[in-house]
Design a protein around this ligand. Structure first.
Ligand SMILES: Cc1cc2nc3c(=O)[nH]c(=O)nc-3n(C[C@H](O)[C@H](O)[C@H](O)COP(=O)(O)OP(=O)(O)OC[C@H]3O[C@@H](n4cnc5c(N)ncnc54)[C@H](O)[C@@H]3O)c2cc1C
Length: 499
């Protein structure tokens, strides 16, 4: 078997942009994907007359042509922007806590401050000051971390040095009194999989900044359209892809990558591998505990596996308007205590906070005319699902789905009577399709103590690179960007310059 300059393992977001970057840069590249379609989470599947989006609810960091965000620049660099259509949303989200709160925040800084002030007038001054802080803090973070200002100091960037290691809860408590106001501001906690108590203020500020400044987007025809565009560009530039073909082993010679062995038993020589798989599987299984550097285990020790989700993919026989759904992104909380809600992700008794997203609101063509597709996402850890015997799995899945639908119906009455198709995924489904421990699609939990701001990941094996959620944190923007930057690093390793 003749070799490749580089082999990319996994065609999730990070693997796709790494492969596209390598092929564009002239590297002879092979992409191995265990599944039969590209995308990992960024994919879709069909049931009845619906094509369901698996993962994407709100794309961050896009911006438009006149004000491009960092993700738009990544996709522009890979020549796929003209192959995919991005649809912007006018609002960040509607947050409802039945009987107590119903608020919609526009994707606009002043609009968000106004909406919050209207609902919480006594705290109007502090609301404005908080959003000013988010912007000022985030600008300082960009100068220190991304622009690497060599003169960075606490005098020059006081907000960054004061709050970089603070929790979101610290700042919510410093600025606000009303728990419902704190909930309204921090509703995006689910996008990091950590509640305000554990979520760094840096991460919350980044989410708020990215979605307000560059607006939330989704992709016409779903994230599969972007995955397809990336794979097409990769093959047009000479890349080779094999589906239904997992990697089983990465071989090393003198501490450097020398080959990949596939699950079909084929040994393919290469001096460069980009892995788009979980860190534990990469080191424990593909490289092997004996060969893996101990620094990597030191880095992993104390880290915890992030959440997965329980998701209902629903095709409705009516339009969103008939259901009273006016926003693409609707968070519904059973209560306002998100720290407690987080502890509920480890049991399957009652859903604490769900996301109801309906693409048809911003893109009426997201399903056949007169219908709509809806995803209801409830973050969940794998553990409670593992304790269910296989004989009771289906029963438990439908029992819990009924509880989730009860919560949906508290905001959208009559919802159930319009269901035409329904498919349910649990954390076990994500383990099966992604191959990640815990079915964790954000990678490790991003606790403040594990922040890349203080602990940049180490990579001691020559020729081995890592892209995606386990390397750079979860979400479309970070994983797509991490693949592109990892691809550039791999090209440099190969002595090639990116084009
Ligand atoms: C229900 C849900 C909702 C989400 N909502 C959002 C959202 O609204 N906004 C947002 O930004 N993010 C969202 N995310 C998160 C986001 O989708 C993920 O963080 C991101 O797509 C992960 O990308 P990745 O590069 O880590 O690759 P992954 O998607 O994890 O893909 C890894 C790939 O590697 C393949 N693979 C594994 N092992 C092997 C092997 N041995 N050999 C070959 N191939 C292998 C797998 O088959 C898979 O294709 C959501 C995710 C889910 C599941």
């Amino acid at each position: 078997m003749s070799g490749f300059d580089a082999i990319v393992i996994g065609a999730g977001n990070g693997g796709l942009t790494a492969a596209a970057t390598l092929a564009k840069g002239g590297a002879k590249t092979l992409l191995l994907e265990r599944h039969n379609v590209p995308g990992g989470c960024a994919t879709s599947f069909c049931r009845g007359r619906f094509e369901f989006e698996v993962a994407l609810h709100q794309l961050s960091g896009m911006g438009d042509a006149s004000f491009p965000g960092p993700l738009r620049s990544v996709l522009h660099g890979l020549d796929v922007l003209d192959r995919v259509e991005f649809v912007s949303m006018k609002n960040l989200y509607r947050l409802t806590i039945p009987g107590r709160l119903d608020i919609t925040l526009p994707a606009d800084r002043n609009g968000t401050v106004e909406a919050l002030t209207k609902r919480f007038p006594a705290e109007g001054k502090r609301i404005k000051e908080f959003y000013d802080l988010v912007y000022e803090f985030f600008n300082q973070l960009i100068s220190v971390i991304y622009m690497r200002d060599p003169e960075a100091s606490s005098e020059k960037y006081p907000l960054y040095f004061k709050y970089a290691m603070a929790s979101s809860q610290d700042l919510l408590d410093e600025y606000f009194n009303d728990p419902l106001l704190k909930a309204s501001v921090a509703a995006y906690w689910g996008y990091m999989g950590l509640p305000p108590r554990y979520l760094s203020f840096s991460d919350l500020a980044a989410l708020i900044f990215a979605y307000i400044e560059f607006k939330p987007y989704h992709i016409r025809n779903g994230s599969q359209a972007l995955s397809n565009a990336l794979i097409e560009k990769f093959t047009e530039n000479g890349g080779e892809v094999r589906f239904n073909c997992g990697a089983q082993k990465i071989e090393l010679e003198n501490g450097a990558v020398s080959a990949v062995v596939t699950e079909r038993g084929e040994r393919i020589p290469t001096g460069c591998v980009v892995a788009n798989i979980s860190t534990p599987v990469l080191y424990n299984e593909l490289i092997g505990v004996e060969e893996s550097p101990k620094e990597k285990y030191e880095e992993m020790s104390g880290r915890t596996i992030g959440p997965s989700s329980f998701t209902l993919y629903i095709g409705m026989d009516c339009t969103p308007a008939e259901l009273g759904i006016e926003e693409t992104t609707n968070f519904i909380g059973a209560h306002d205590d998100f720290n407690h809600a987080f502890s509920q992700l480890r049991d399957i008794d009652e859903p604490a906070m769900i996301l109801v997203s309906c693409f048809n609101v911003s893109d009426p063509g997201a399903s056949p005319e007169g219908t709509c597709q809806i995803a209801v996402v409830d973050l969940q850890y794998l553990e409670p699902w593992l304790s269910i015997p296989p004989s009771r799995y289906a029963e438990e899945k439908y029992r819990y789905a009924a509880k989730v639908l009860d919560l949906v119906e508290r905001v959208f009455p009559g919802f159930r009577s319009h269901i035409e198709e329904i498919e349910i995924s649990t954390p076990i489904t994500h383990v099966r399709y992604l191959g990640h421990p815990g079915g964790a699609f954000y990678g490790f939990d991003q606790h403040i103590k594990d922040s890349r701001l203080i602990n940049p990941p180490v990579q001691p094996i020559s020729g081995l690179f890592h892209a995606g959620a386990w390397a750079a944190g979860g979400g479309f923007q970070p994983t797509l960007a991490s693949g592109a930057s990892t691809g550039r690093a791999a090209l440099k390793h190969l002595g090639m310059r990116g084009r």
